[in-house]
Design a protein. Structure first.
Length: 134
């Protein structure tokens, strides 16, 4: 297993199952891991993707999904993006972002704030669900 030290005090073990841990050794919740990874990619897109591109980002994150069994770019995400920008979901989240922000690089630059907004909305919706144990 290879071991890499990345910026922002994050260690990533490269193997069949990637683990991302904070500098203090604690595990980071999945959504926080995803945001940390996306922030690293946004800081150095050329290193991770070759260039600023939502298509390349989606391909990278699909690989991350298969390695970690974590899927944040599911139908729910696409529907949320479509609702946010008042566009049909059948266009797909990449096309919606590129349409809304007019250029591929601009869409890439705006992706992380939009994704964080989605995670907050998802978290708020999860908190509002009734607890069946009550």
């Amino acid at each position: 297993m290879r071991h890499m030290r990345l910026d922002y005090g994050i260690d990533m073990q490269m193997g069949p199952y990637h683990k991302i841990t904070a500098a203090n050794g604690s595990m980071i919740p999945e959504s926080a891991k995803m945001v940390e990874l996306l922030e690293m990619i946004q800081q150095r897109p050329g290193m991770f993707l070759g260039k600023k591109s939502l298509g390349r980002l989606a391909a990278f994150m699909t690989g991350y999904y298969f390695a970690n069994k974590v899927d944040f770019f599911d139908e729910h995400f696409t529907n949320w993006i479509a609702d946010k920008f008042k566009l049909p979901a059948n266009r797909g989240w990449i096309n919606i972002m590129e349409f809304e922000f007019h250029e591929e690089e601009n869409a890439f630059d705006n992706f992380l704030p939009v994704f964080k907004e989605y995670l907050n909305a998802r978290s708020d919706a999860d908190r509002e669900k009734p607890n069946p144990e009550c």
